[in-house]
Design a protein around this ligand. Structure first.
Ligand code: C2E
Ligand code: MG
Ligand code: MG
Length: 546
């Protein structure tokens, strides 16, 4: 509904007096939790003649004629009243943002009026966030500066509204300690890559300067996901809620969807973490390095030669851990045609330049395992050169080696469940002792396999079991005996040093993978029940043990 400027100017005082100017409230959500952490107060004019008027119809007119002050103070007052009312409910909102016009800053008693209004409703200064647009700073700079400082000193937060829409100047980020950048909805609502990159750059800059960020005008899930992905802390828009009249807003609040005061500081600190930083772990509000943590270099490639033209600190560290004192030493090394790495290095760079895909190789040099990656970022046929971005990561230990160590370590646990493990090579007439926890004489091991079996039988196996043992471990018949199940297994009484003979389970397993004839020979303890069964069998049905 459009009404004339004159109508606005003629009726504004009456509208305020009659309570027709009302604050609506739009929730501001904490991006990470999806809970309400603040609400913005937005003016609505409920006109008896023209119905509900939106700010676009009256704010610009009032601003032009410097009649906005009373309205702003009315909205502030209604906001403070709601703040006070909510404190007695189970889901209070602890922050509200209120819009102020640039001309407000020229009103001599502005600061006192705001402070008195808050005092009247016992609202802490930290609870009211003052939203100002960029334009305020271009009015009376000096005046703005001193009022701004008065508010900051009194514990108020001042936010920049519609950041990026007007005459943004980076110098104002430099000069004023704003606590939050409210990024104009223009950017999120244009879904181009360029606008997304711009938003990410603003969030990154905000975090680096220790300024919180908020993206307004979020309407879709896709936009919400993007805001979340770049780590922008707070979010506002129709996706969550439109501005609501006071009654609807109050009814909407619940302990589940509202951030408790006790968590505010915590989430603000979490929010200050910059996920977009090149060095997020080290970076606290941009105090750390500007360089990436990952080792990066630029290598210019001409025919058969590569020249480093940029290396960051992390890359240099990798170069040092490979044993080179300087980047020139490394360059000489891989440019020298006689060097062991020359061909593989040049092939890789050539491949990177020709295919424009990421090339990757891994090497071990001494104790150091390293991974080199390269990607062409620019090339000129005319100049006959190309630029390659490279990364060089080093690891103290070869990863494969580490995996092998694990296999050995855990394999040991498996062996330890046996008393004795041998690998037997009948064709070579030999065997290897892999593991032994039993005190068998080592002499058997040193003999040729057939002699060793006989010697073991005589020295370690119970006299009554010896002939059965030799029939069991008959190398000429192993193949036939194991052909069906892959293994043979029997109990024998075997010497346990100092404790006489004990029943043990002996098993010979054919190692099916090997091309050559290999068997795994294991000795294992037997449970009491198995021992009884073995003894019964031996007594009553010895034929079953053959
Ligand atoms: P603003 O402060 O930037 O407020 C955000 C505007 O965007 C609001 O419009 C809000 O309703 C709208 N909005 C919020 N989420 C979405 C969304 O997802 N999509 C779209 N398309 N719009 C969304 P509204 O209430 O019409 O206010 C317009 C402007 O009027 C405000 O912009 C603010 O600059 C000014 N304004 C409103 N209330 C006051 C006030 O009490 N005092 C002063 N000085 N200015 C006010
Ligand atoms: Mg605003
Ligand atoms: Mg705005």
């Amino acid at each position: 509904m459009s009404v004339s400027a004159q109508y606005i100017l003629d009726h504004i005082d009456e509208a305020i007096d009659n309570g027709c100017i009302r604050a609506f409230f739009q929730p501001v959500m904490r991006t990470l939790t999806g809970r309400i952490c603040c609400a913005e107060a937005l003016a609505r004019w409920d006109d008896p003649e023209n119905g509900m008027l939106s700010p676009a119809a009256f704010i610009p007119v009032l601003e032009r004629h410097e009649r906005i002050y009373r309205l702003d103070m009315t909205i502030l007052q209604q906001t403070c009243m709601l703040y006070r009312k909510l404190q007695d409910t189970e889901a209070p909102v602890h922050s509200f943002s209120v819009n102020f016009s640039r001309s407000d800053f020229s009103v001599p008693h502005f600061f006192e009026d705001v402070v008195n209004t808050l005092r009247a409703f016992q609202v802490p200064h930290a609870a009211i966030k003052m939203e100002v647009t960029e334009s305020v700073m271009f009015a009376d700079q000096e005046r703005f500066h001193s009022v701004f400082n008065a508010f900051r000193d009194a514990g108020f937060d001042v936010w920049i509204d519609d950041f990026g829409s007007g005459y943004s100047s980076l110098s104002m980020l430099h000069e004023y300690s704003f606590s939050l950048l409210k990024i104009d909805m223009l950017f999120i609502q244009s879904s181009t890559l360029r606008s997304r990159q711009l938003i990410a750059a603003i969030v990154n800059a905000g975090k680096a300067l220790g300024i919180q960020t908020l993206i307004e005008g979020v309407e879709t899930e896709e936009q919400m996901r993007f805001v979340k992905s770049i780590g922008c802390e707070t979010i506002q828009g129709f996706y969550y809620s439109k501005p609501l009249d006071e009654k609807t807003f109050t009814a909407y609040l619940s302990p589940d969807n509202t951030e408790p005061l006790a968590e505010k500081e915590y989430w603000n600190t979490v929010g200050s973490f910059n996920l977009l930083s090149p060095n997020p772990m080290e970076d606290r509000n941009g105090a750390a390095a500007f360089q990436s943590d990952s080792p990066l270099a630029l290598i210019e490639c001409t025919w058969g030669q590569g020249e480093y033209i940029y290396v960051n600190d992390a890359y240099m560290e990798s170069v040092h851990s490979l044993g080179f004192d300087s980047i020139q030493d490394l360059e000489l090394f891989f440019n020298a045609k006689l060097s062991t790495r020359y061909h593989s290095m040049q092939n890789m760079l050539t491949e990177a330049v020709m295919t424009e895909t990421i090339q990757e190789t891994e090497y071990v040099s001494g104790q150091v395992f390293y991974k080199f990656r390269a990607k062409c970022i620019a090339k000129s046929r005319e100049l006959q050169k190309a630029m390659v971005v490279a990364s060089l990561s080093t690891f103290k230990e070869d990863r494969e080696l580490r995996e092998q160590t694990d296999v050995v370590r855990y394999g040991r646990l498996l062996y330890a469940s046996y008393e004795h493990v041998n690998v037997v090579f009948p064709d070579k007439d030999s065997s290897i002792r892999v593991f032994s926890n039993a005190n068998f004489q080592t002499a058997h091991q040193l003999m040729p396999l057939r002699d060793g079996i006989r010697s073991f039988c005589e020295k370690e196996v119970h006299p009554d079991d010896r002939s059965r043992y030799l029939r069991f471990f008959d190398l000429d018949k192993l193949d036939a005996h194991t052909s069906e199940t892959g293994f043979i297994q029997q109990g024998f009484r075997i010497l346990d040093s100092g404790r006489g003979y004990r029943w043990r389970q002996v098993r010979i397993t054919r190692a099916s993978l090997a091309a050559e004839n290999i068997y795994i020979y294991t000795i294992q303890r037997m449970s009491d029940v198995s021992v009884k069964i073995a003894e019964m069998l031996l007594k009553d049905h010895p034929e079953l043990l053959e």
